[in-house]
Ligand binder design. Structure first.
Ligand code: RBZ
Ligand code: NIO
Length: 355
C-alpha cells in the first residue's frame, strides 16, 4: 500500500460516543412520545456521533459519480453494451433546459439541491473536454476479471486516492453529506464477485440481474464469477479489490475513506457501493460508523452486504439503477433526522406536559 493510502486509512477515528449519548438524552426530552420518530432517532444519534454534536447540523449534499468500464463486459454479463458508459457520462454533463445533466441522478439531485460531481475513473472512450469532468483514468477500462486481475495494485491505489481527492474537493465546496455513485456497464459482476468472496457465499446467492439480464445471461454471469473466484483464493481486502474490482469501485472506496476521515456522513447507495464498503470496513473498521445505507435495492445480495455491515436501510423502493440515485433520495431523510435532534424543543422549553 502507498504511504498516502496508509495515512488515509489510519486517520479514520471512531465516531464521538459521548455526543451520541448526549443525543439520546436530548431525544428523551424532545416534544414527542418516546421513540415516536422511529428509525429517524437512530439515524439522528448516529449523525451526532459523526459530527461530534448532540445538535448535528450537516448542510451540503454532494453526489460523486465515478464512471469506469469493465473488461468483463465483453463476456456478455450485462443487458446493455459497454458503449453506454461513455454515453451516460456525456448525459451526466449535458446541458438541459432544467440544468446540467439528463440522467436520473441529475434530475433527482436537482430536487434536493445536491451537487453532482462526475469522474472519469477509467472509461473506454475519448471523453470530450468538459469543465465539470474530473479526469482520473489510468487505463481505459479494467481487465477481464475472469481471465486476470482487473487492476494492478498501483492502479487500485491510484483510483482510491483519486476518489479521496474528489471527496476532499466536495467537502471544501461545502458538502457534509457525501454520496459515492457509479456508472459502468458490467459493474454488478465485479460487485457480486467481491461480495461472494468477502462474505464467503456462493456466487449464485449474491449475483443479481443488474441492468436486467435474462435467466440464461444470469446463469452465464454466475459462471463467469465462479471462474474469476477460482483464479485466486485471496481474501486480503486490497487484493480482492484489485483482482475482482473496477476503477470506479476503487474510486468510491476512496470517497468513503476520505469522507469518514474528515468526519462527514457517507450515504451508501446500492449494491456496487456496498461492495466497496465491504472492502472499506476491513481496511478501516471505524468506517462503518460513518456509513448510512439508503434503500434496500433490488439487486439480490444487497441485503447480505448490509447484514455484514450491520446497517439498516432507510427504505425499500426496489431501485436497481445505481448512479447514486437512491443515495440522493435518502439525503433529505438524513438531514431531517439531524434537524429533529437539533431544532425540536424540549418538553420544558415548549411547556408541553409529559408523563
Ligand atoms: C442507460 C443506463 C443507465 C444507467 N445508469 C446506471 N446504470 C447501472 O447499470 C450498470 C450495472 O448493470 P450491469 O452490471 O447489468 O451492466 C451500471 O452502469 C450501473 O451504474 C445504468 C445502465 C444503463 C443501461
Ligand atoms: O444496486 C446497484 O448499485 C445497481 C443495481 C443494478 C444496476 N446497477 C447498479
Amino acid at each position: 500500500m502507498t504511504d498516502h493510502l496508509t495515512v488515509l486509512i489510519q486517520s479514520i477515528q471512531p465516531t464521538n460516543r459521548a455526543a451520541m449519548t448526549r443525543a439520546r438524552e436530548r431525544q428523551a426530552n424532545l416534544t414527542k412520545p418516546a421513540g415516536a420518530l422511529g428509525d429517524l432517532e437512530d439515524l439522528a444519534a448516529r449523525l451526532a456521533g459523526v459530527f461530534g454534536s448532540e445538535r448535528p447540523h450537516p448542510c451540503g449534499v454532494a453526489v460523486l459519480v465515478a464512471a469506469g468500464d469493465h473488461g468483463v463486459a465483453s463476456a456478455g454479463v450485462s443487458a446493455y453494451p459497454p458503449e453506454v458508459t461513455p454515453a451516460m457520462v456525456a448525459n451526466f454533463l449535458a446541458d438541459t433546459p432544467y440544468g446540467p445533466g439528463g440522467a436520473a441522478v441529475n434530475a433527482i439531485a436537482r430536487t434536493v439541491g445536491a451537487r453532482v460531481y462526475v469522474m472519469d475513473a477509467g472509461v473506454n472512450a475519448d471523453l470530450p473536454a468538459h469543465p465539470a469532468l474530473v479526469r482520473a483514468a489510468v487505463r481505459p477500462g479494467s481487465r477481464d476479471l475472469s481471465v486476470e486481475a482487473a487492476m494492478t495494485p498501483e492502479e487500485t491505489a491510484a483510483l482510491i486516492l483519486a476518489g479521496a481527492a474528489l471527496a476532499r474537493q466536495a467537502i471544501a465546496d461545502g458538502a457534509d453529506v457525501l454520496i459515492p455513485g457509479e456508472m459502468g456497464i458490467g459493474n454488478t459482476t465485479p460487485a457480486a464477485t467481491i461480495t461472494a468472496r468477502m462474505l464467503g457465499l456462493d456466487p449464485a446467492q449474491v449475483t443479481g440481474r443488474g441492468t436486467g439480464v435474462d435467466d440464461a445471461r444470469l446463469a452465464h454471469k454466475v459462471t463467469v464469477i465462479r471462474t474469476a473466484l477460482a483464479r485466486t483464493p485471496t481474501t486480503s481486502p486490497m487484493k480482492v479489490l484489485a483482482e475482482f474490482g473496477g476503477y470506479e469501485i476503487a474510486a468510491m472506496l476512496g470517497m468513503m475513506l476520505q469522507g469518514a476521515a474528515l468526519r462527514r456522513a457517507v450515504i451508501l447507495d446500492g449494491f456496487v457501493e456496498g461492495s466497496a464498503a465491504l472492502i472499506g470496513v476491513l481496511l478501516a473498521p471505524h468506517l462503518r460508523d460513518y456509513l448510512f445505507p439508503a434503500g434496500l435495492c433490488a439487486e439480490v445480495g444487497h441485503a447480505s452486504q448490509l447484514n455484514q455491515l450491520n446497517l439498516k436501510p432507510m427504505f425499500t423502493l426496489n431501485l436497481r439503477l445505481g448512479e447514486g440515485t437512491g443515495g440522493v433520495l435518502a439525503a433529505p431523510m438524513l438531514l431531517a433526522a439531524a434537524a429533529t435532534l437539533r431544532e425540536m424543543r424540549t418538553f420544558e422549553e415548549a411547556g408541553v406536559p409529559h408523563g
